[in-house]
Design a binder for this molecule. Structure first.
Ligand SMILES: Cc1cc2nc3c(=O)[nH]c(=O)nc-3n(C[C@H](O)[C@H](O)[C@H](O)COP(=O)(O)O)c2cc1C
Length: 459
């Protein structure tokens, strides 16, 4: 471990993997420049951790693209190449209670009342289609009134006034449930928004854990040591002691705040929102805080953060229940709505069973495709080839309607009610076509000639 702060992590990572960190010394603006850099690099197949020390109008460095590479996430978790999901699942299962401290770096500066002006934060606009600047890496901490079990979840937020944020709880996860409980007992819900913390805390926050599981304890599992926390001044919520910035406040269940549109993971700008308001009463910041951003839209980072814990959970569940499942992949092209599953089918129907399991367990999935284990599920082209050659629509397709899905799917109604499609593109029992083959000898010749040509081209 390198300590529990984001800045410790970035420093250590840069020493270990200097080629995977890019510091942009040129001055950039708060308005879309950072998104444009992420997009242009991604078009070239590059996904480095990005540091922007010179952002016009910002009083601090901006760090982004932390999660844009699966290899980097493997390294964060100490996983060997290809073992991302097993390692995540193993560490997350060893959750640890938090360690409470009296103070920590984030208590370095605490402002309350008139001293708060949220417009002073380095607020980035990500897309021309956004309502305006958005906080995109904000992780909301809330605790249930009875036992203090906590929940972490991300919520896009726009600064509505010097002391309030407009936010959306459209994924209707555990924070939504806590807010409904508060409303039923006539209370405002105390919350704290963490902006910038150790990447493993950020990864744990994106897990859709059961209601009685506290993702701060999962963060401890991922870190391999208890998450060190301090209490916020007014409501005593436990937040990472080494966080960069924490906004403490309350959500009034009855209050309404206009927010959106915002560029969402679907690749579309969305104004589907629960339009909640967070009234901020305290701002905590460490000395020399950096600003952590997650570029929205269907960026690799936005998608990875949401899907890595989900893929890990789905693989574990499927393998536990169905021995024939070999792997699961959520492709970029499907945002969070598509999943490919590879099966080593020994009995007819096993692939369908795995497909139905996926559709039942992951509420965001809309289309799932099963292929045989020799098909590379990380390649859209291979999966489409399997679909083209193994799949018969009349025989191999299952459609189920009227299910709750993502409200951000533009093709679904505003509550996200959706139908789901399972496509069995495994070869099946009666399949007898022979796949084309090239002899090993010919392959060796081909490799030599290709290598010679590469040498000529590269000089
Ligand atoms: C980068 C990022 C941004 C997100 N933004 C939102 C958001 O604005 N509103 C929302 O309801 N969910 C959002 N989500 C999804 C929730 O944070 C996520 O589903 C979370 O795991 C819910 O957990 P819970 O069921 O434990 O509350 C976002 C997820 C990520 C990774």
């Amino acid at each position: 471990m390198t300590g529990q702060s984001l800045q410790d992590f970035v420093r250590a990572y840069e020493v270990a993997h200097p080629d995977d960190v890019c510091t942009v010394d040129r001055e950039v603006s708060l308005d879309q420049d950072i998104t444009a850099v992420v997009w242009e690099l991604a078009d070239r197949g590059e996904h480095p951790l990005l540091r922007f020390p010179c952002v016009r109008g910002a009083d601090r460095e901006v760090v982004t693209n932390l999660f844009a590479s699966r290899v980097r996430i493997e390294r964060m978790l100490g996983a060997r190449p290809g073992e991302l999901h097993d390692r995540y699942q193993h560490l997350a299962a060893n959750s640890m209670e938090m360690a409470e401290l009296d103070d920590g770096p984030v208590t370095g500066r605490v402002d309350a009342g008139d001293r708060i002006d949220l417009f002073e934060l380095p607020l980035l606009t990500h897309f021309a289609t956004d309502r305006g600047p958005y906080i995109t890496s904000g992780i909301v901490v809330a605790e249930d009134a009875a036992g203090g079990r906590g929940n972490l979840s991300y919520h896009r937020s726009v600064v509505a006034s010097p002391t309030s944020l407009g936010t959306s709880l459209h994924s209707r996860g555990d924070l939504w449930r806590l807010l409904q409980d508060a409303a039923a007992s006539g209370r405002r819900l105390p919350v704290a928004m963490v902006i910038g913390a150790h990447p493993l805390f950020m990864l744990a926050a994106s897990a859709r854990a059961p209601f009685d599981v506290d993702e701060r304890e999962i963060a401890g599992g991922l870190l391999g040591e208890p998450l060190e926390v301090v209490r916020t001044p007014k409501h005593g919520l436990r937040v990472p002691a080494s966080a960069e910035v924490v906004l403490e406040g309350e959500i009034d269940p009855a209050a309404d705040e206009d927010e959106g549109p915002f560029g969402e993971f679907s690749g579309y700008s969305s104004d589907r929102s629960t339009r909640n308001r967070i009234d901020v009463c305290t701002v905590m910041q460490r000395d020399g805080a950096v600003w952590v951003d997650v570029v929205g839209g269907n960026s690799q980072e936005h998608l990875n953060l949401g899907r890595v814990p989900r893929e890990a959970e789905m693989i574990a569940k499927l393998k536990d229940r169905f021995g024939s499942v070999v792997g699961v992949h959520y492709p970029n092209s499907g945002t969070h709505f598509h999943c490919y599953v590879a099966v080593d089918q020994r009995r007819p129907g096993e692939a369908r069973q795995a497909l139905l399991g996926l559709l039942g367990w992951d509420p965001y999935l809309k289309t799932v495709v099963a292929v045989d284990a020799d098909v590379d599920i990380t390649s859209d082209a291979e999966v489409l080839w399997a679909l083209a050659t193994h799949f018969q629509p009349e025989r191999d397709m299952i459609v189920i309607g009227g299910l709750p899905g993502s409200a951000l799917d533009p093709s679904a109604d505003k509550l996200g009610t959706t139908s789901r499609l399972a496509l069995d593109a495994t070869r099946g029992a009666g399949f007898d076509a022979q796949r084309v083959q090239i002899s090993d000898e010919a392959r060796a010749v081909g490799r030599e000639i290709a290598a010679d040509r590469a040498g000529e081209v590269n000089g």
